[in-house]
Design a protein around this ligand. Structure first.
Ligand SMILES: C[S@@+](CC[C@H](N)C(=O)[O-])C[C@H]1O[C@@H](n2cnc3c(N)ncnc32)[C@H](O)[C@@H]1O
Length: 274
């Protein structure tokens, strides 16, 4: 398994001299769509059993969210500010597994603090990711945040798939989740149409997570010109094979604007507007 230059050096946290961090985030080794590769499941289970406690933030492994790495620092797992933000959002195992993705969002949101404009998420669902971001940025009081979702979608064209928590009362529950932050507006409706009813003129940070190519392209069409130079767009689904149509549509749109998308190992796509 070693590369051409031999195995990677021991993970620093494996050293006996390295004190254990006060708090670290445990990540559940969860994977999606393994039903597509059933023959590999026993081998994966055997690997997880042999690798020790892969959920321990001090392990040399990161295993979760369809990502396995070895010998990476994964500093976010022991970054006390990030860990506190995740725990404040009361994560389920499936949400802990997304820690690398969530950390990307926190990094991008923090990086956009000096950029003109508001913070927008298209596709908010239960509000988990943006709740972590708001905890991380202590509520981001200097900016307005605009979050959009159908919350109880009826499947159809331009609408991403229905998920387990979708329900008639999800909108109210998400409003309650964000109630501690008066700078947050949660809007129920279909993207992009609902954006006409109220969306900011300038955007510093845009998270697009609709699981549907037409909806995400509609969001880009409506909002791209409002993203300030230096602002960031994070596409949650960009690198996932199950959402290739989104990648193709977004690549074509952004190529016309001369902007490359960085595909991250988390499955996200990152664009910095010029
Ligand atoms: C994967 S979930 C978002 C998860 C959320 N961003 C997070 O990280 O916690 C995708 C959401 O997009 C919403 N959605 C899909 N198509 C939509 C559309 N056209 N307009 C508004 N919301 C849509 C769904 O209702 C769903 O809640």
């Amino acid at each position: 398994m070693g590369g051409m230059d031999g195995p990677p050096p021991p993970h620093p946290a494996a050293s006996q001299d390295d004190p254990a961090p006060a708090i670290g985030l445990r990540v559940a080794p969860l994977f999606y769509r393994l039903d597509l590769v059933p023959a590999t499941v026993p081998a994966l289970q055997q690997f997880v059993a042999a690798a020790g406690d892969v959920s321990d933030p001090r392990t040399p492994w990161f295993v979760g969210d369809n990502l396995i790495t070895y010998g990476r620092n994964c500093g976010f797992l022991t970054d006390q500010r990030f860990v506190a933000a995740v725990l404040a959002a009361d994560p389920r195992d499936s949400e802990r597994a997304m820690a690398w993705r969530t950390h990307t969002l926190c990094w991008a949101a923090e990086s956009c603090r000096g950029i003109e404009g508001d913070y927008v998420e298209c596709g908010t669902y239960e509000g988990y990711s943006m709740a972590v971001v708001l905890h991380y940025l202590e509520g981001l009081p200097e900016r307005r945040c605009w979050f959009y979702d159908l919350f109880d979608p009826t499947p159809g064209p331009g609408i991403g798939k229905r998920l387990g928590a979708h329900a008639p009362d999800l909108y109210d529950r998400v409003c309650r989740r964000f109630a501690p932050w008066p700078n947050v507006t949660v809007t129920r409706g279909k993207v992009p149409e609902v954006l006409a009813a109220g969306a900011p003129d300038r955007i510093a940070f845009l998270h697009v997570d609709l699981n549907d190519a037409a909806a995400e392209l509609g969001a880009l069409d409506a909002l791209f010109d409002r993203v300030s130079p230096g602002g960031m767009i994070v596409f949650d689904d960009y690198g996932w094979t199950g959402y290739r149509a989104q990648k193709a549509a977004e690549d074509a749109f952004l190529r016309r604007h001369g902007l490359p998308v960085l595909e991250l190992p988390t499955g996200q796509g990152l664009v910095i507007k010029r």
